[in-house]
Design a protein around this ligand. Structure first.
Ligand code: UD1
Ligand code: CA
Length: 460
């Protein structure tokens, strides 16, 4: 294989997205669109990768802080050809092939790009090859015009097509492999006498043909793979396709997804063998689910890990939480960021947990708020327990040591500590530290006034 460098075009505003953020930062399965071509180039081992940025350059750069990536700045977006000419300044002295990808074509696979590279063959191969596909509705794409021998003659942009050309179904995917020397000489010759007044990169195809150089197209690639995202309808389609790809990959590796069309798993999420995922589940960001887990319908899990053999029951929301093995969480639990849930712990319905660690086997089964707390092992948190962690100015910590029993309807006014094996009676407001092994109870004396209701009724 010849030396390989790459250019990724990502400077455009993406006018058709109608957005304040650059098009290439719109997410597809949880990653900015531009992540996919860059990741592919990493996998291909490209020697140098130049990303052309312009619109929203600072946010694009910030999203990809990598040493192996060079950013070329295209101040004014004068067209894809202009973008490449700017990128080439960073490739001076290179010898070999340049792979050009679009930042808005995220579904392209390694297999297809590898086939394009293979098409190039050795030094005697085509000076330029590109990917084309056949679309039922080719509108918006550059059309591949072929001569009477069916050889590629040129690419004509949608807006420059005459009525006959408009009917051509073979379109340019915007992915090219070009000899560096050819590209650097010819990019300077591009003109902008066209409907959009832009320097069109695809014009190099016609240049090569006119110079008698060999040009080939890798055709009949799955149209979905080379779909360019220009508006939000296409963005939604690409998301659907990427998610389908992710779900199928997981299912084939031994994970059950009951309704893949209605399951939303981000790129990079890891799921262990024999885990079952119910409909409507969203697994996002840096999430890892262990083996033999069950994630029930409607649960949203973001940047979290869950150990093997655990159950996340319906409609649980879990964010930046690390849960151990054999835990049971939900239904209807809300885990806000910063929790550590020990093995075999149980978090039940309507329990909210934040910045809290819960020890092995501890239980908070119903209706509680546990915030900024350190809870030991074997603790029982009764229904309606509230850690009062905020005094309107600052947040304070609650510590509950191993084996403590917190009765129902308890308020723990932080900072406060409940010692090992201590017992808090129901309805207690704990304001002072509780010594290990002791009982604490605050309760207004119970009064019974006989016949009270009857008397009240008469008066009324
Ligand atoms: C382009 C091709 C078209 C092809 C289609 C495939 C051109 C002129 N046309 O059209 O033949 O069928 O892709 O998806 O190349 N960009 C820059 N700087 C610029 C202009 C664009 O970096 O000055 C970037 C964009 O951010 C985008 C990519 O280049 O990532 C493609 O540009 P876009 O405007 O989407 O081109 P298309 O009209 O889709
Ligand atoms: Ca495009």
């Amino acid at each position: 294989m010849r030396n390989l460098s790459a250019i990724v075009l990502a400077a455009g505003k993406g006018t058709r997205m109608k957005s304040t953020i650059p098009k290439v930062l719109h997410p597809v399965a949880g990653k900015p669109m531009l992540f996919y071509p860059l990741n592919l180039l990493k996998e291909l081992g490209a020697r140098k990768v130049v990303a052309v940025v312009g619109f929203g350059k600072d946010s694009v750069k910030a999203a990809f802080p990598s040493d192996n990536l060079t950013f070329a700045l295209q101040e004014d977006q004068l067209g894809t050809g202009h973008a490449v000419s700017i990128a080439l300044k960073h490739l001076k002295g290179f010898s070999g092939d340049v792979l050009i990808l679009s930042g808005d074509v995220p579904l392209i696979t390694k297999g297809t790009v590898t086939a394009l590279i293979k098409m190039r063959g050795g030094a005697k191969g085509p000076v330029l090859s590109f990917i084309s596909t056949v679309l039922e509705n080719p509108s918006g794409y550059g059309r591949v015009v072929r001569d009477k021998n069916n050889a590629v003659a040129r690419i004509v942009e949608d807006k420059d097509c005459g009525p006959l050309q408009k009917r051509i179904n073979e379109v340019n995917a915007g992915i090219y492999l070009v000899d560096y020397d050819f590209l650097s000489v010819n990019i300077k010759k591009l003109g902008k006498k066209n409907a959009q007044g832009e320097y069109y990169l695809p014009d190099i195809v016609e240049m090569a043909v006119e110079q008698g150089r060999k040009v080939t197209a890798l055709t009949h690639i799955d149209p979905y793979e080379v779909m360019g995202i220009n508006n939000r309808v296409e963005l939604a389609k690409a998301n659907k396709l990427m998610r389908q790809r992710i779900s199928e990959g997981l299912m084939l590796s031994g994970i059950s997804i009951l309704d893949p069309d209605n399951t939303y798993i981000d790129y990079g999420v890891k799921v262990g063998l024999d885990t079952v995922i119910y409909p409507g589940v969203r697994l996002s960001g840096n999430t890892e689910v262990g083996q033999r887990c069950v994630i029930e319908e409607g649960s949203i899990i973001i940047d979290s890990s869950i150990g093997e053999g655990s159950a996340v029951k319906s409609y649980t929301i879990m964010e930046s939480t690390k849960a151990g093995k054999g835990v049971s969480i939900g239904p209807f639990a809300r885990l806000r960021p910063g929790n550590l849930i020990g093995d075999s712990a149980r978090i039940g319905n309507f329990v909210e947990v934040k910045k809290t660690s819960i020890g092995k086997g501890s239980k908070a089964n119903h209706l509680s708020y546990l915030g900024d707390s350190i809870i030991g092992a074997g603790v029982n948190i009764g229904a309606g327990t509230i850690t009062c962690n905020y005094d309107g100015v600052k947040k304070y910590q609650t510590i509950i040591e191993d084996g403590a029993f917190i009765g129902s309807d308890t308020q723990l006014v932080a900072p406060v500590k409940v010692g090992k094996n201590a017992y808090v009676g129901s309805g207690t407001t704990v304001t002072k530290d509780v010594l290990p092994g002791s009982l604490v109870i605050t309760r207004a004396p119970e009064k019974v006034i006989e016949g009270w209701s009857k008397r009240k009724m008469k008066k009324g």
